[in-house]
Design a protein around this ligand. Structure first.
Ligand code: CMP
Length: 288
């Protein structure tokens, strides 16, 4: 980018000012770093389910740091106080003196002791001079907890406002709120495809969707195979603009709200049980 800009300035006879190039370079470096941190967090097995807001807040709290070749970044058995993202260079991970692996740029490390409140599970040593982004344990845990609690109370309030859930008891709503995952879609993305199998339940929490239905021969697909009616989606649903859905699969949903198999239960006719049964038998999209 910098070279292109330089060439353009020279060819159009524009004034080349070193300060402009410096600012541009700084902006470019920050942009590149935040992209790297974001990718690193999303690539990490233990963090890939973080929500967009959590990732942005973690990125905000990270500070850059550098260490020279040979430095011990993390010592096995220590109390952990920092989570790192490696930006430049290589580190080696060892456990009880045995090499586990080498890690290169764009990876998170030092997350296990913080996430699981245990001592450092391995030693991490700089194989080269390294550049790191670091976030303190306290900041990291506060972000995780705060966003978790905010999410929880927002979801519970939200579920209470959706007509299909209004008959469910408070403890059921709380469990549901805990288990929901957030999926984001951009304009035109398919949320559900007609004819596809699937039993995920979507609740639209933000945005609008378009529902489209093709006429098809009921009960058979184009290869002549037969599906049970409840196995396939009966319409397509696409995002109109940005859309956020809260998602849960039918099995988890059944397990969470539970207590439906006992046909002798005198509560069988209660509004709550009817509402649960209706929700389980028709997983799809709940519009709000
Ligand atoms: P933590 O236990 O906080 O500190 C040591 C870090 O080394 C650990 O977090 C992980 O990030 C990393 N680590 C531990 N074991 C492995 C492994 N088998 N492969 C890759 N990285 C590991």
């Amino acid at each position: 980018v910098e070279l292109d800009r330089h060439r353009k300035t020279a060819s159009t006879g524009g004034i080349f000012h070193p300060l402009n190039v410096k600012k541009e370079k700084l902006f470019f470096c920050l942009f590149r770093s935040s992209d790297l941190i974001q990718r690193a967090l999303m690539d990490n097995d233990f963090m890939k389910h973080l929500e967009h807001g959590q990732i942005l807040t973690i990125m905000d709290c990270m500070r850059p740091t550098s260490l020279t070749k040979g430095c011990c970044v993390i010592q096995e058995g220590d109390d952990g106080s920092t989570v790192y993202v490696l930006e430049e260079g290589m580190v080696e991970v060892t456990k009880e003196g045995k090499k586990l692996c080498s890690i290169g740029p764009g990876k998170v490390f030092g997350e296990l002791a913080i996430l699981y409140n245990c001592t450092r599970t391995a030693t991490v040593t700089a194989l080269t001079d390294i550049k790191l982004w670091a976030i303190d344990r306290q900041d990291f845990q506060t972000i995780m907890m705060r966003t978790g609690l905010i999410k929880y109370s927002q979801y519970t309030d939200f579920l209470r406002s959706v007509p299909s859930f209004q008959s469910l008891a408070e403890d059921v709503l709380s469990k549901l709120a805990d288990a929901l995952e957030e999926n984001r879609y951009s304009d035109g993305d398919y949320i559900i495809r007609q004819g596809a199998t699937g039993d995920t339940f979507f609740i639209i929490s933000d945005g609008q969707v378009r529902r489209m239905r093709r006429q098809v021969q009921t009960g058979s697909d184009h290869r002549g195979g037969r599906y049970k009616q409840e196995d396939v989606r009966t319409a397509s649903v696409t995002a109109v603009g940005d859309v956020t859905c809260l998602v849960i699969d039918r099995e988890s949903f059944k397990q969470l709200i539970g207590g439906l198999d006992d046909g002798s239960d005198k509560q069988h006719d209660s509004d709550e049980v009817k509402a649960k049964q209706k929700l389980i038998s028709s997983p799809g999209v709940s519009l709000s």
